[in-house]
Structure formats: C-alpha cells, structure tokens
Design a protein around this ligand. Structure first.
Ligand code: HEC
Ligand code: HEC
Length: 201
C-alpha cells in the first residue's frame, strides 16, 4: 500500500513541471478528419472497442500518440495511422480532443455495486488500490501527471486494456503501475469495474 501512496504523492510533484508541446485546437480539428471514422467527429466513438478521446487529458493523449509512433505501445491499427503526422500535428490533435466533452454511457444495475466498490475502495485482500486514487473520484484522472481520465469510456475498451496490461501486451505504463494492478483483478472484477467506469461522470 505504501508504494501506491508514494506514487500518488509523486504525481503531485510532477504537476508543477511545464508540459512539452503546445497544441492548437483549430489545427487539430482539421487533421482529426482522418480519425473520425473510428473515434467519432467529436472524439465520442460509437464502436465500443475504439476508445473515446473526447475530454481526455492533453498530456496523456500526446504521450499515447508518441508511444504508438515509437512502438512503445504496440497497435497494428494506430501505429501506421499516425506514422506520417508530425509531432506538432500530434500535439494539435491532442489539444483538439482534450477540448471536447465526453458522453457517459448507461450501465446495468447488477454490475454497479461490485464495480463501484472496487473503483472507490480497491480490494484489500488482493492488494488492489482504489482506482479513484489515481483516476479521480469522478474519473477525471490527473491531467498534469498524464494519468488518464476514464469517465464515460466504453466498457469494452476498458476491459480490453485491463486484459492487455495484465498479459503484458500493453506495457507503456510508468513503473508497471497498471500491469501490477490489473494482474491482481479477477475476470469478474475487470468486467464490473469496466461497466462502472463507462457510466461514471
Ligand atoms: C481504423 C480505426 C482507427 C482510426 C482511423 C484511428 N484510430 Fe485511434 N485507436 C483505434 C483503436 C482500435 C485503438 C486502441 C488501440 C489498442 O489499444 O490496441 C485506438 C487508440 C487511440 C488512442 C489511445 C487512447 C487511449 O485512451 O489510450 C489515441 C490517442 C488515438 N487512438 C488517436 C487517434 C488519432 C489522433 C487518429 C487519427 C490521426 C486515430 N486515432 C485514428 C482505432 C483507430
Ligand atoms: C497508482 C496509480 C493508478 C491506480 C491506483 C490505477 N491506475 Fe489505471 N492507470 C494509471 C496510469 C498512470 C495509466 C496510464 C499509463 C500510460 O501512460 O499509458 C493508467 C491507465 C489505465 C487505463 C487505460 C486507459 C486508456 O484510456 O487506455 C485503464 C483502463 C485503467 N488505468 C484502469 C484502472 C482501474 C480499473 C484501476 C483500479 C482497479 C486503476 N486503473 C488504478 C495509474 C493508476
């Protein structure tokens, strides 16, 4: 538990550092035409395995795009998609999606209770910290630390990422944070917390 507390404290230290690239929202909107088929015109995708980008932190988006470009985060779809876009273009896209508003989904009652408990309190028996401590009580994340917003994200995409982290297929998380946490979750817990997150706002 101490380890998580330390990381959370460290994230607030990061907040004071300047962010790297300054993105231009209007320029990003123009390039985003290339992304709209999968992520929606305003970053609210309709296909549940394609992530919503609307309202996501600018720094987190930019980090993911650089990770896709370098292969640090492997994706057969996203790698080639952005190969020809300049670093400035990626920063502009990040600014554009961060400026949009995410729409929350609906969740079946049966999953809410277990999902909410895990999100807000974690699971002491298995050493899972509360998701809330890094992703925020309402899922807004900690933008300045590049810790992602989760509110309203498609349950299907969230569950896929938890599986990818726990299997090590996604390994671009600092200090193995998400690989460690997700490997402690049961399949039922992943499903419940993903459903809860999709309705969180
Ligand atoms: C053909 C569909 C498709 C297109 C077009 C597409 N994407 Fe994606 N995008 C995906 C998929 C699928 C993922 C999830 C990848 C994974 O985790 O394996 C993704 C993931 C992302 C992520 C990571 C989001 C997160 O929450 O971590 C960002 C950022 C992103 N895309 C931005 C873009 C941008 C910018 C463009 C346009 C230049 C674009 N995408 C075009 C399908 C697409
Ligand atoms: C110690 C801080 C911390 C805790 C606690 C934490 N996360 Fe994360 N999470 C992160 C960070 C940092 C990332 C971004 C990794 C990266 O840079 O790609 C992340 C990424 C994610 C993503 C991928 C988001 C996307 O858009 O692709 C999901 C899903 C996620 N976390 C779910 C959870 C769930 C569910 C819990 C609770 C069981 C949880 N996290 C607890 C720090 C944390």
């Amino acid at each position: 538990m101490k380890k998580w507390l330390l990381m959370i404290v460290m994230s607030f230290a990061v907040v004071t550092l300047p962010s790297l690239a300054a993105g231009d929202i209007a320029a990003g909107k123009v390039i985003s035409a290339q992304c709209a088929a999968c992520h929606g015109v305003d970053g609210n995708s309709s296909e549940p395995s394609f992530p919503k980008l609307a309202g996501q932190g600018e720094g987190y988006l930019y980090k993911q795009l650089l990770n896709f470009a370098s292969g640090t985060r492997e994706s057969l779809i996203m790698g080639p998609m952005i190969a020809d876009i300049s670093a400035q273009g990626l920063a502009d896209l990040s600014a554009y999606y961060a400026s949009q508003k995410v729409t929350a989904g609906l969740v079946s009652e049966s999953l809410i209770e277990q999902g909410q408990k895990l999100y807000r309190a974690g699971n002491k028996e298995t050493g899972v910290p509360a998701c809330m401590s890094c992703h925020g009580p309402r899922g807004a994340g900690i933008p300045a630390a590049k810790w992602p917003a989760l509110s309203g994200q498609h349950a299907r995409y969230v569950e896929m990422q938890l599986d990818a982290f726990s299997q090590g297929d996604r390994n671009n998380d600092p200090n193995d944070m998400m690989r460690d946490i997700s490997s402690r979750l049961s399949a039922d817990e992943k499903k419940a917390v993903s459903a809860y997150i999709s309705a969180l706002h």
